[in-house]
Write a protein that binds this ligand. Structure first.
Ligand SMILES: O=C(O)CCC(=O)C(=O)O
Ligand SMILES: [Fe+2]
Length: 318
């Protein structure tokens, strides 16, 4: 396919003008509609967000990089029984998980495991500041989605922020570009992703084309996860994505995942159910779904279909 015919995923700028940040203004409503349409048509978009200072963004990458230099036995201390929360090294992929990453105590606990009792106060301050900004961004996007569906002052569910930081190291050999992270849909509610200059993320369009993503120095990437798709009664699209490195350079990226808290259930609001949109999913406990997605039974099901297998009311899509 020639590059001219590759469709572009949406880019949404928050906020170009002050009026757009005023909830209820015409500009806010226009942006909210764009957020919702991007979520429905693509399940992802690039979001330009100047409120998160460029300096903090680069300080965070500088603070996260040294983690990968630590001895293997230290890295292994980032242990956590919850899926996606622990250190993992699988082929070219290496990643750490920091749970509740806007909370100083939680990040301090992580830093004391990595740097012993000295901890690393600079690291803790940078990471919590970063994740607080990302939580603000998530909250704006959540409010916009709610407003555009007419669900004023509702929330998806109570979430905490899991920060995962990742590197991918395989180099291409000849014309072969090995897949570094296999195609999947995200199991948390939603994801904000950021990369340190080296691109490699690809998203699957509804037409079945893999589209490369390349972020600017003040943009982030929003991805709809399976539970958010289920909450929206299938309106928002849980987009498949993968990582393929083509430039021969190591990639460093982080994701802030909004993870529903223990005991939270995913329930479609009745306003999103009508004759044209019959209910697709029963209400389900988030952790039960997460555990299912890690089970042997789920491993043989395509990632995007696991939520249908777990909570779908019809087998139509599954
Ligand atoms: O590193 C990336 O760009 C993608 C990471 C990702 O998709 C994930 O951790 O779920
Ligand atoms: Fe992902």
């Amino acid at each position: 396919m020639d590059t001219d015919s590759i469709p572009d995923f949406p880019v949404i700028v928050l906020f170009d003008e002050a009026k757009a940040s005023e909830r209820g203004s015409r500009e806010w409503d226009t942006l909210s509609k764009r957020v919702r349409e991007a979520g429905e048509n693509w399940g992802c978009f690039e979001v330009v967000y100047h409120e998160l200072p460029a300096q903090l963004r680069s300080e965070a990458f500088s603070a996260l990089k040294p983690l990968f230099e630590l001895p293997p036995e230290t890295k292994a201390k980032n242990n956590n029984p919850k899926p996606y929360h622990a250190y993992a090294i699988v082929g070219p992929y290496e990643g750490f998980g920091i749970e509740d990453a806007s909370n100083m105590e939680s990040v301090q606990h992580f830093s004391e495991l990595m740097w012993l009792s000295r901890g690393n106060i600079q690291f803790c301050q940078t990471i919590t500041a970063l994740v607080k900004h990302v939580e603000k961004l998530i909250s704006i996007l959540e409010t916009m989605i709610m407003d555009s569906y007419g669900l004023v002052d509702q929330k998806f569910c109570e979430c905490s922020s899991l920060l995962r930081v990742m590197t991918y190291s395989t180099q291409p050999t000849g014309d072969e570009f090995p897949i570094q992270l296999h195609a999947h849909t995200d199991k948390p509610l939603l994801t904000i992703l950021c990369e340190d200059q080296v691109s490699g993320l690809e998203v699957l369009s509804k037409e079945g084309t893999w589209i490369p993503v390349s972020l600017s120095s003040n943009s982030f990437f929003f991805l709809v996860g399976d539970p958010l798709m289920a909450w929206s009664n299938g309106r928002l699209h849980a987009v498949k994505h993968r990582v393929v490195l083509k430039g021969g350079k190591e990639r460093l990226s982080w994701c802030v995942f909004a993870v529903p808290k223990e005991g939270e259930t995913i329930k479609t609001p009745e306003e999103l159910v009508d004759e044209e949109h019959p209910l697709v999913f029963k209400e389900f406990d988030y952790n039960a779904f997460l555990n299912f997605s890690m089970s042997k039974e789920a491993q043989v099901i395509d990632s995007a279909l696991q939520v249908y297998a777990h909570a779908g009311l019809t087998t139509l899509k599954y």
